[in-house]
Ligand binder design. Structure first.
Ligand code: FMN
Length: 354
């Protein structure tokens, strides 16, 4: 068995507790290194191929604290396996986990797993009160057990690939802002989508008030088209016809034939611009019993020569991740689609279905 080293920077001890929980789960004796005051020393830590480092830092302003990043420069791996852990005060951990992974990679580690845990916010006891609590520690222990299994089975990919993606809600007035943000950061994948018309979210019901179902749906597609014509910084358009989700029963279900013309213009525009569409499975969870977009639209996109299809579950919570993906694969195969796309640095690659 490899030697397990716990490293943590933890002024208010929540990171320490989460990392210790993970160490407990791994189930062997661990070697602990508390780096909280290590800025006062110049000790170097050198780990070898028979070690595993579990490295935890708190999240400050969505990042790895600068002081911790500087201390970690003295923790060196030599093709050493590592687990990256960030602990945040229940606001958001933003880029911290990715940043920690990159720091470890630069220092000679192969990061095989990562986790974000919640700790009581060091500014106030009112946020994340008393976390990590027993439940959090149990999760940390189970995470440690999984790491142990992973290492014993050798069933890990050295250096996990963490992709950087975003969904942007496009409206004509947000175009310039969104384009500047997307260009500024090294995104792998961007989904553009329409959630609002004239600055009003479809979920509020105001758009639907006083309009028929056909009027609302047509208006929505006109907006989608406008957005696609104007906006460029995206790879696929998300849930193209999810307008049917909002407004209540009266507005449910898409009458595809009634909107055929405008949908065709949208699909042709996407193809002309080299953009794809997302097959979003959340319709099954929203009692619509279908994908967004519906199968008619998917067939038509393919028929028109569209070749870029990505799958998403719009999960919001982990239990919904990849839900109903098999239905998508089965359907796409049934209409002759052979490849599904994924993106790296905004460039598509194509993977054969099954
Ligand atoms: C300067 C500072 C900035 C912070 N920024 C964030 C943040 O961006 N998001 C968040 O959720 N918590 C934030 N927190 C809360 C800490 O991440 C959280 O309390 C963490 O559990 C502290 O870890 P520790 O107990 O190991 O010191 C911040 C705390 C401090 C002191």
């Amino acid at each position: 068995m490899k030697n397990i080293h716990l490293f943590y920077f933890s002024p208010t001890h929540t990171t320490k507790r989460a990392v210790q929980g993970i160490g407990q789960g791994v189930g062997v004796e661990v070697i602990e290194h508390d780096l909280t005051f290590a800025c006062d020393s110049d000790e170097e830590f050198n780990l070898g191929e028979n070690d595993i480092a579990i490295v935890g830092v708190p999240v400050y302003a969505g990042r790895v604290p600068e002081i911790a990043a500087n201390i970690l420069k003295r923790v060196h791996g030599n093709n050493t396996l590592a687990v990256a852990v960030v602990v945040y005060g229940n606001r958001a951990f933003e880029d911290a986990l990715l940043e920690l992974k990159n720091i470890l990679k630069e220092n000679g580690f192969s990061v095989i797993a990562g986790g974000a845990f919640i700790g009581e916010h060091s500014y106030t006891k009112k946020v994340g009160t008393k976390r990590p609590d027993n439940n959090d520690i149990e999760i940390a222990i189970n995470f440690g057990k999984k790491i142990d299994e992973l290492v014993k089975e050798g069933n890990y990919k050295k250096d996990i690939d963490v992709k950087f993606g975003v969904e942007v809600g496009v409206q004509p007035h947000t175009k310039d802002y969104l384009e500047s943000v997307i260009k500024k950061y090294p995104f792998d994948f961007v989904i553009a989508s329409s959630h609002a018309i004239d600055r009003v979210d479809l979920a509020f019901g105001e758009i639907q008030a006083g309009r028929t179902k056909d009027e609302v749906h047509n208006l929505y597609f006109e907006y989608v088209l406008q957005n696609i014509e104007k906006y460029n910084e995206f790879n696929v358009y998300g849930h193209i016809d999810f307008v049917t989700r909002y407004g209540g029963e009266k507005f449910r279900g898409l009458d595809y034939k009634k909107h055929f013309d405008i949908i065709d213009v949208i699909l042709k525009k996407l193809i002309e611009k080299g953009k794809g569409i997302e097959v979003n499975t959340s319709g099954y969870r929203y009692r619509e019993d279908r994908f967004y977009p519906c199968t008619d639209i998917l067939k038509r996109y393919y028929e028109l020569g569209g070749a870029i299809l990505t799958i998403g579950s719009d999960s919001h919570i982990k239990d919904y991740m990849t839900m109903d993906f098999d239905r998508v694969y089965d359907f796409l195969e049934s209409i002759g689609v052979k490849y599904i796309s994924s993106f790296d640095k905004m460039q598509p690659s194509f993977k054969k279905i099954k």
